[in-house]
Design a protein around this ligand. Sequence first.
Ligand SMILES: *[C@@H]1O[C@H](CO)[C@@H](O)[C@H](O)[C@H]1NC(C)=O
Ligand SMILES: *[C@@H]1O[C@H](CO)[C@@H](O)[C@H](O)[C@H]1NC(C)=O
Ligand SMILES: *[C@@H]1O[C@H](CO)[C@@H](O)[C@H](O)[C@H]1NC(C)=O
Length: 272
Amino acid sequence: MRISRSRCLTLSFILICGLVPEVTADAEEASDGLSTTREPIWLTDIPATEELINAAEVAVIGFFQDLEAPIVSVFSSMAQQFQDVSFGMSNSSEVLSHYNVTRNSICLFRMVDNEKLHLDAKDIDSLDAAKLKQFIYVHGLHWVTEYSPLIAAGLFNAMVRTHLLLIMNKASAEYEDSMQTYRKAAKLFQGKVLFVLVDSGKRENGKVISYFQLKESQLPALAIYETKNDKWDTLPSTEVTVEKVRDFCDGFLKGTLLRNHTAEEDARKEEL
Ligand SMILES: *[C@@H]1O[C@H](CO)[C@@H](O)[C@H](O)[C@H]1NC(C)=O
Ligand SMILES: *[C@@H]1O[C@H](CO)[C@@H](O)[C@H](O)[C@H]1NC(C)=O
Ligand SMILES: *[C@@H]1O[C@H](CO)[C@@H](O)[C@H](O)[C@H]1NC(C)=O
């Protein structure tokens, strides 16, 4: 029990602490001269609010009773920084009471596991742009989220305990097609498995690759793990098809590991 706990900690340590975290959500499009300032969508009724939430992989809604509060302008500035997140805001008492909001509040809704995360009045009073940006970055998980040490913190906090990694070089020729397929497969496992991309072209991701005992020559590969115990498995040298991804996930969820890493590791320890 103790061993498996420490192994689990090792995994989260490797995944989370590889780098000094830094929020790098890109605001590149701001400087191309074409895009105008992106603002939250003003929501005046419940249907409009529901529509925005249901159409977005990640939606962040500001529910504000007091539009004069400093947090309102901080919140508005976020829309420009996260181009792949939908932002809305409302001061309608009908909308606020539907979402059970009694004071200023910010909510993040994500499709991948149907989670709803709240920042309450207490948190909001001390919230600055950097903290809000970090909150959205860490918790804004998409159908496929690109791995970074900061994202790992959000993954390990999620209720969904099984995570699948596609370890692949983003510069490779088959990347675009593979990602499309991988996204398709992710939708089959909504609320069961979180899908992550690890760019093997990034040197700092080497730690993740070696944790799963994979070699450069075995990529692209799939790796799957459970955060609540030490179980993990890999599918080296694979092409990405919906069937392969589905069978690999299904097998892992049913408990049929392709390879018995725990047993292997114990055997190796005994040899030493
Ligand atoms: C919402 O804000 C607008 C101003 O933008 C104001 O006219 C309206 O009275 C506010 N509604 C409520 C319920 O506070
Ligand atoms: C508001 O709270 C009620 C009672 O706890 C709950 O049934 C309802 O689903 C909540 N509304 C939303 C939109 O979460
Ligand atoms: C993995 O180990 C367990 C327990 O030691 C054993 O029951 C199971 O058959 C093993 N599976 C494989 C694929 O070796």
